[in-house]
Design a protein. Structure first.
Length: 155
């Protein structure tokens, strides 16, 4: 009986000793700057900056928009990656248009840069001040393939 307890304690002790070694060797380098190009759109997103806030630049054929801070740049962690959303057009009585960047999980390892393929999603959110017009599908989506880089930089 004591032999079983001794073997069990020894095995548990070995496992607990190995855990810190595994986590110490598993170094993950997470990017903080992303730059993407797609059809008629370019995106730059940094999770932090010299001013200590996230920055997001959206550029298409008609406009260049700059966003800063968590009030303007909304970020949500999901199973498929991080969804980073900004409002690119806002109207008082008909809704708005948002752009969402889907950021996959990336480990740069020993490199400070990696190529990335992802998607951008333009969402038209319809709204009417007249309640009876707010029925049915109120959002439509346009998916934009994006390619670019993820980097770890010092701010």
């Amino acid at each position: 009986m004591q032999t079983r307890n001794l073997i069990g304690s020894f095995t548990l002790g070995m496992l607990l000793t190995a855990i810190p070694l595994l986590s110490a060797n598993a170094s993950e380098v997470v990017p903080n700057l992303y730059q993407f190009q797609g059809k008629n759109v370019s995106i730059s997103y940094s999770t932090t900056s010299f001013i200590g806030k996230p920055l997001f630049t959206y550029k298409d054929k008609q406009q260049t928009l700059n966003f800063q801070g968590t009030e303007q740049i909304r970020s949500v962690e999901t199973e498929i990656g991080t969804l980073v959303t900004v409002t690119i057009c806002n109207t008082v009585d008909t809704g708005n248009t948002s752009f969402t960047l889907l950021l996959p999980h990336i480990n740069l390892g020993k490199s400070n840069s990696a190529p990335v393929e992802t998607k951008g999603i333009t969402t038209i959110n319809r709204f009417s001040a007249i309640a009876k017009f707010n029925q049915g599908q109120r959002q439509t989506y346009t998916i934009i393939p994006l390619t670019g880089t993820a980097q770890a930089v010092a701010f």
